[in-house]
Design a protein around this ligand. Sequence first.
Ligand code: DGL
Length: 298
Amino acid sequence: MPQASTPIGVFDSGVGGLSVLRALLAAMPHERFVYLADSAHAPYGERGDAYVAARTHAISRYLCEQHHIKALVVACNTATAAAIHEVRSSYPELPLVGLEPAIKPALAATQTGRVGVIGTRGTLTSAKFGKLMASLAGQAEFVVQPCDGLAHAIERSVAQALPAPAPGSTAYTTETGALCARYVQAMGPFGTEPGQIDTLVLGCTHYIFVAHELRALVGPEVQFIETGEPVARQTQRLLEAADLLYRPADAAAGEPCPHPDAARRVQLLTTGPVAMLEAAAQRWLDLPASCCRSVQVS
Ligand code: DGL
């Protein structure tokens, strides 16, 4: 039976969901988290729905049974599109938050009426995304670009511990930089003049980690829309409604008190190479290797 002191589960195909975990940690400084990177099976984006749904089920079961999570954040647009409904029906009591490309906030932000959307092929060709787009038809012009290979290249760049390019650099010497350049060029002109894309939706949790490369390509005025903070707020709301938010006062009633130091209240698990997760945790969340370990989830 989940209690206020048990952790919130978060998972992604790999290290991309750490961008969501970062927002969750900032929004809920007293909560514990267990994050699972399914890096042995990443990328999900080009694998097909049946594969992604099977992985999503296996991981949800693992987090519920082994970690007794009190809520689950599917920090992966691709897994949400493929399987969120099934997870909801398997765990009807579990507060569950999925991700989808933030098209509605982009509509509110655009001035030119031209919005770019980047994500995995799995997300952008899903029925769920199709339905979302249909519900907003005519409200703006959407330029939708699947970015095959980009999430995988981001995973590899962490594994190789490549240095971030210098701010403002346009030398695309990295694999991620070359892919970003290819997809940005395919989408057409960016900027704030009429007919240009002034708002770019990052519809994959990995992409925030190449925001500097995208920024160098699209220019300083284009707005990036991502989902970390709204997802953290929604998670907090659901926990509050279920009376499962950890309150420091619970400690007085005998509940163990989660440590305020993030390194003491986060477990980072991976089905892939632990060194990659350690590098990402250190680089993006400033968390030590001691938070990380490898697990098998089948
Ligand atoms: N980070 C994931 C997403 O938000 C998927 C990346 C992948 O594994 O292809 O869609």
